[in-house]
Design a protein around this ligand. Structure first.
Ligand code: TYM
Length: 335
């Protein structure tokens, strides 16, 4: 993987349900690699985005903390990167409001994710419609250069770029124009039960491997995963299900896809599945153990997140003051 260095990176995940290997391969793995390549990474838990869909307020604080622990467990180091909770930095909501004033409603109603999610909800809150504007605020506040995401977020990123250009044109250069960083091979990890749909936190548990899944659940889910017609691997004729399983295999074993496909050529699907299950159990164990260790001490986790929020707020507030000035808002005397 060819990685940039010395760039400002921002990425985020919603604390909805348990994060899965799609999130890891499509996004988290790249965040860690970018951090380790000497970039300046802001990693955010997007709780304000998560509450635009139905959720359980009683368990939400815990879900949010689990996502924070998980991000650190996959390798985000709070000494090197800024790890924080979106709602702990009020600049996000204020910047989002300012940006809504230049956001055409038609652009929001045309967003694919909005249309998909709106179909599933009885009443559609305005928060769901404004979701991409809040996401643009997240990105633009940090003068972000690169945003590592899976394929499903690229439309939102394009929206943020358009908004940045529009603001800069209208009020003077304020924002850096961010670009997406998408790894083609893992940009869209598919569901285990339906390889025509992406693996998703909101789908049935059998359709995904959670990063914190019990090790006993992994072989069961992989064994039950849908395969293509046929019984043995034919690297020249791979269907969507085998392509997905082998992509997961190749990425976790850090081998090229072609090599893995050749290695299993002619062998039965059950053999591939059994090897994949072993590999996943092995690779996910340290993540799960580390997350559990971190979750032992909520106080320490909260301290890390408070430090992250303070560092994030310093960066974000600087851009927010510029936005307010450029938009002609009268600043209070002390600013
Ligand atoms: P979220 O929480 O849905 O997902 C987090 C990251 O995981 C990627 N991803 C996948 N990649 C490959 N295959 C899959 N099946 C798969 N499923 C999810 C997502 O593309 C994402 O990169 N709106 C964002 C959160 C957000 C954000 C931001 C992201 C809020 N503000 C600012 C970037 C920048 C979301 O819902 O991600």
């Amino acid at each position: 993987m060819d990685l940039p260095s010395n760039k400002r990176i921002l990425s985020a995940a919603q604390p909805t349900g348990e994060a899965h290997i799609g999130n890891y391969l499509g996004a988290f793995k790249q965040w860690v690699a970018l951090q380790d390549a000497g970039n300046d990474v802001c990693a955010m838990i997007a709780d304000l985005h998560a509450i635009t869909a139905p959720y359980d307020a009683a368990t939400f604080p815990n879900t949010t903390l689990r996502m924070a622990a998980l991000l650190m467990a996959v390798g985000l180091d709070p000494k090197k990167s800024v790890v924080f909770i979106q709602s702990h930095v009020p600049a996000h909501t204020e910047a989002a409001w300012l940006l809504t004033t230049i956001t055409p409603v038609g652009d929001l109603t045309r967003m694919t994710q909005y249309k998909d999610k709106a179909k599933k909800q009885k009443t559609v809150g305005a928060g769901l419609l404004n979701y991409p504007t809040l996401m643009a605020a997240d990105i633009l506040l940090y003068q972000t250069e690169i945003v590592p995401v899976g394929e499903d977020q690229t439309q939102h990123l394009e929206f943020a770029r358009t908004l940045a250009r529009k603001f800069n044109r209208q009020f003077g250069k304020t924002f850096t124009e961010p670009r997406a960083f998408v790894l083609e091979e893992t940009a869209r990890i598919m569901s285990l039960t339906d390889p025509t749909r992406k693996m998703s936190k909101s789908d049935l548990p059998a359709s995904r491997i959670g990063l914190l899944d019990d090790p006993s659940a992994i072989p069961r889910k992989i064994r039950a995963a849908v395969t293509d017609s046929g019984t043995a691997v034919n690297p020249k004729k791979l269907g969507p299900a085998l392509t997905n399983l082998l992509t997961i295999f190749a990425t976790f074993s850090e081998k090229p896809f072609r090599d893995v496909a050749e290695e299993y050529a002619g062998l039965g699907y059950a053999v591939v599945k059994s090897a994949l299950a072993d590999l996943l159990v092995d690779r996910l164990a340290p993540i799960r153990n580390r997350a559990e260790e971190l979750l032992w001490d909520h106080g320490e986790l909260q301290r890390i997140l408070a430090d992250g929020a303070e560092r994030a707020a310093t960066l974000a507030n600087k851009t927010l003051v510029t936005m307010r000035k450029r938009m002609g808002l009268l600043l209070p005397q002390n600013e």
